[in-house]
Design a protein around this ligand. Structure first.
Ligand code: BES
Ligand code: ZN
Ligand code: ZN
Length: 483
């Protein structure tokens, strides 16, 4: 869609007018002036509250939109997205947003929310929904102070990346084999000016990424390792470097330790960590951050086949450590073990963060309210927690106590991939990863199984949440400011 910016006092260009307010900060005069009514309906401005008024003379439709608590700006995009999602069928050529009275963070939210509303989940329908909103024919007029234009445009950029990765997460397993994730990265890199390389099966064999190969060996789609890298063009005296690692299982059947069929279709979302990493690197490039970012995604399909790896197998890994497979459904930690070891061996990031839809146990512990955070560095953990609070993509720290180390001891290999016990599953998974990142002093792992994909007001079934890129963007911006 097109965006135009005008200073506050002009008459709105379109007959559909959005008037957003924080909770308990309603400007009665403004509502009276815009709506032409002296009586104002009951409206508190609470989160996602929507009141529709009609101007008695012009016939304009006025949407009073509640943003909720002024301080919780990390989720102010949601009301904008919801309003557009619900009402855009009534919109023809454009809408006017009257928002000169808001705080700075809300301007980014306008862009994120209205941008995310153009996400079309039904892209595999034979005749996808058509509406000017999804094209350049639609205009969003923003009546805001001059300085906020950049913030709104930044919001639209963020939304564009989020829509693109949500579309990947929602895509069915047959439409996004590992190679397709690789192509996504290559296309994005070309478009936004960063580097992306895809190691195919041959290259994985040559480089010795045995764990990724083992997980993918039962699938007709070969596994890949996707390497992306964004470097700022500016010549700064010191450019910090961050390494991001993502789990990219394009479909997780559980392998020979096969999962039940209930909700199995949702295992197409087992590349939510990969999507977060790909999105974060794209955003770093689009927003030209002053930080050097390397994103690595290990992608495979965990399939059931005569060639699948078996429970009881001992496999090699990139790190040189051998792994006894107890459960082939604990595949995410295997591909991450290789990707983390690859990151450590080939790059020198000061911080490493991995993201993965790793365990059902993280969902048991924190539900859909927060991701599980693990870190060997208190400062990094605090930084990520604070960033999560700020953008309202919450994470909650769990411990990496050494008590759990014995759970992963194997008689016949260096480590086993599952304790065999139904306790502390998110922690033992994190301990497994720690075994492969041992020497790196500033590493964090985010188990996003509960937050990457789920119920929402935007779809009938569970769908992609777009979790990750905004959180990582906040962390990256902070780390770049520090230097
Ligand atoms: N992809 C799953 C974890 C998952 C569960 C993600 C629910 C999203 C929603 C992962 O590969 C898995 O199967 N983990 C097992 C590990 C177990 C076999 C040690 C689990 O959590 O049950
Ligand atoms: Zn699994
Ligand atoms: Zn999985």
């Amino acid at each position: 869609m097109k965006k135009t910016f005008t200073s506050a006092e002009k008459n709105p260009k379109f007959p559909c007018i959005v008037l957003p307010f924080y909770e308990n900060s309603i400007d009665d005069n403004l509502i009276q002036e815009v709506s032409g009514h002296s009586e104002i309906p009951e409206f508190k401005g609470s989160f996602k509250e929507i009141r529709i008024m009609n101007h008695p003379v012009s016939g304009n439709t006025i949407y009073l939109l509640g943003l909720g608590d002024r301080e919780k700006f990390g989720k102010h995009h949601v009301p904008f997205r919801l309003l557009a999602h619900q009402q855009l069928k009534f919109w023809k050529k454009g809408i006017s947003v009257l928002a000169g009275h808001l705080d700075n963070p809300a301007y980014e939210s306008i862009g994120i929310g209205l941008g995310m509303a153009s996400y079309q989940i039904g892209k595999f329908k034979s005749s996808p929904e058509e509406h000017p909103y999804f094209s350049e024919k639609f205009t969003i007029e923003c009546q805001v102070p001059k300085e906020s234009k950049e913030l709104i445009l930044r919001g639209f950029e963020i939304a564009d990346t989020l829509c693109s990765i949500m579309s990947l997460v929602d895509a069915p397993g047959n439409e996004k084999p590992p190679q397709v994730l690789g192509e996504w990265a290559v296309n994005s890199a070309r478009k936004h000016g960063y580097k992306a390389t895809v190691l195919d099966k041959k290259a994985l064999e040559k480089e010795g990424l045995h764990a990724v190969l083992a997980v993918g060996q039962g699938s007709k789609y070969p596994p890949v390792l996707i390497k992306t890298e964004y470097r700022p063009k500016k010549n700064l005296s010191r450019i910090p470097m961050i390494g991001l690692v993502g789990k990219g299982i394009t479909f997780d059947t559980g392998g020979l330790s096969i999962k039940g069929s209930q909700n199995l279709h949702y295992m197409k979302s087992d590349m939510g960590g990969a999507a977060a990493v790909l999105g974060a690197v794209e955003l770093a490039a689009r927003l030209k951050l002053n930080i050097h970012v390397v994103g690595i995604v290990a992608s495979a399909e965990n399939a059931v086949d005569a060639n699948s790896y078996r429970p009881g197998d001992v496999i090699q890994s990139y790190s040189g450590k051998t792994i006894e497979i107890i459960d082939t459904d604990a595949e995410g930690r295997l591909v991450l073990a290789d990707a983390l070891a690859y990151m450590e061996k080939n790059y020198t990031p000061e911080h490493i963060i991995d993201l993965a839809t790793l365990t059902g146990n993280a969902v048991m512990a924190l539900g859909y309210a927060a991701g599980a955070l693990f870190s060997n560095d208190d400062d990094l953990a605090k930084r990520i927690s604070a960033a999560g609070e700020k953008v309202q993509e919450r994470v909650w720290r769990l411990p990496l106590y050494e008590d759990f180390e014995s759970e992963l001891e194997s008689d016949i290999a260096d480590v086993r991939n599952f304790s065999g016990k139904p306790i502390a599953g998110a922690i033992t998974a994190a301990k497994f990863l720690e075994f492969f990142i041992k020497d790196h002093p500033r590493w964090a792992h985010l188990d996003i199984a509960g937050v990457a994909f789920g119920d929402s007001e935007f779809s009938k079934m569970k769908s992609a949440k777009g979790f990750g890129p905004r959180l990582l963007l906040e962390v990256m911006e902070q780390l770049s400011e520090k230097s």
